[in-house]
Design a protein around this ligand. Structure first.
Ligand SMILES: [Zn+2]
Length: 326
C-alpha cells in the first residue's frame, strides 16, 4: 500500500489527511491557522498538522508518495510559491511554501489553488464523479470556481474559473475587486456582511450581529447566517435571496457558455446551507438557461469538511512536484 497526504489551507483552519490508493482516509488532523508569525509560522503549523495525520494513519511523512496542498492566493505550481494569499495573515510577497514543506516533511510536495483542488475532488470522488464536465462554484467569503471539461481541468492562462467576477448587473453593486456588478458583490459573504452593516447603519433591524457576538465572532461566518435564517431574520432572508438570485443568473450564464453536465455548489456557505439552498439556486438558474429543457445536474458538494484535503491528495498523481533545492 502507498499513502498520500493532502492539505487544505484556509484562513481559520488547516485540515490534513492521509489517504490510501483508493482515496480512503487513513488518518486526519485539524489545527487552527496561526494568526501571527506570517508565512513561516503557517508553514510550520502545516507540517505539524500533517505529521499528526500521518501518525493517525500509522505512517511517517517520509513514507508518503507525496503531499498535495490546496492554498489560497496566487500559486506558482512549479516553483512552489504562494503570494497574495487572501485571509492569511501577512502573506503578500511570494513565499516558497512547497520547497519549505518538502524539506520539513521529507516528501515530494504538489501545490495548487484551494478551489481548483476541491472542485477536482468533487469531480473524481464526489458529487460529479459520473460526469465528464463540471462547473464548481465555491460560495463562501468570496465566490470562487473551477471548470473541468472533457475530464480535464481548464485553467486558461492561469486565472480561469473566476465566476465570482461574472457581471450579473452592469453598473451594479461595488465588488471587493473594485469593479461593479460582479456576482461576488451580491453573493460573497464579505460583500453580504458589508451590505448588512450598511443597512444597520441606516436604521434597519437584524439579529445577525447579536448572533455573531453571542458566538464570540467578529465576522458573519456561514453558521451565523444559517442561524439567522433558521429564526426567520428578515434581513438575512432578504440578503440570501438576493445572493441566490445573483448566483442563478451568473451560473446559468456560465452554463449557457460551457454546457457542462454538472454544477457542484460548495464553499463555506454552500456547504453550511446545503441541499435546500442548492435547490433554490437551481430554480433561480432556470429562467436564464438557454436550454431549460436540458439543464445540468446541480448538486451540493458531497465530500464534506475533508473535501479540500482529499482533493489535494489527487495532485500527487496528476502533477509534477514543486522544485526543491536538492
Ligand atoms: Zn469583482
Amino acid at each position: 500500500m502507498t499513502a498520500r497526504g493532502g492539505i487544505d489551507l484556509g484562513g481559520t483552519k488547516i485540515q490534513a489527511v492521509v489517504v490510501d490508493d483508493d482515496a480512503h482516509v487513513l488518518g486526519q488532523a485539524r489545527h487552527p491557522t496561526p494568526q501571527q508569525g506570517g508565512p513561516p509560522a503557517v508553514a510550520n503549523e502545516i507540517a505539524e498538522t500533517l505529521r499528526e495525520a500521518a501518525t493517525d494513519a500509522g505512517v511517517v511523512t517520509s513514507e508518503l508518495e507525496g503531499i498535495g496542498i490546496g492554498s489560497p492566493g496566487a500559486i506558482d505550481a512549479e516553483a512552489g510559491t504562494v503570494e497574495h494569499a487572501r485571509n492569511l495573515p501577512d502573506w503578500e510577497a511570494p513565499f516558497p511554501l512547497g520547497p519549505t514543506l518538502a524539506e520539513a516533511l521529507s516528501a515530494p510536495v504538489y501545490l495548487d489553488n484551494d478551489v481548483h483542488v476541491a472542485v477536482s475532488g468533487e469531480f473524481h470522488l464526489g458529487a460529479a464523479k459520473e460526469s465528464s464536465s463540471l462547473l464548481g462554484v465555491w460560495w463562501g467569503t468570496g465566490v470562487g470556481g473551477g471548470i473541468i471539461l472533457d475530464g480535464k481541468p481548464w485553467s486558461g492562462r492561469g486565472a480561469a474559473g473566476e465566476i465570482g467576477h461574472m457581471v450579473v448587473k452592469r453598473g451594479g453593486a461595488r465588488c471587493t475587486c473594485g469593479r461593479r456588478g460582479c456576482l461576488e458583490a451580491y453573493a460573497g459573504r464579505a460583500a453580504m456582511e458589508a451590505r448588512a452593516r450598511e443597512l444597520v447603519a441606516g436604521g434597519h433591524k437584524t439579529d445577525l450581529f447579536d448572533i455573531m457576538e453571542k458566538h464570540d465572532r467578529t465576522r458573519l461566518q456561514s453558521g451565523i447566517w444559517a442561524r439567522a435564517l433558521d429564526r426567520g431574520d428578515q434581513m438575512a432572508v432578504k440578503l440570501i435571496h438576493r445572493a441566490i438570485a445573483a448566483l442563478g443568473a451568473g451560473i446559468a450564464s456560465a452554463v449557457n457558455l460551457l454546457d457542462v453536465e454538472s454544477v457542484v455548489i460548495g464553499g463555506g456557505l454552500g456547504s453550511r446551507l446545503g441541499e435546500p439552498y442548492v435547490k433554490r439556486i437551481d430554480e433561480a438558474m432556470e429562467p436564464h438557461l438557454f436550454m431549460p429543457d436540458r439543464p445540468p445536474g446541480v448538486h451540493p458538494a458531497a465530500l464534506g469538511d475533508l473535501g479540500g484535503a482529499i482533493g489535494a491528495t489527487l495532485l500527487v498523481r496528476e502533477r509534477k512536484p514543486v522544485e526543491t533545492a536538492s
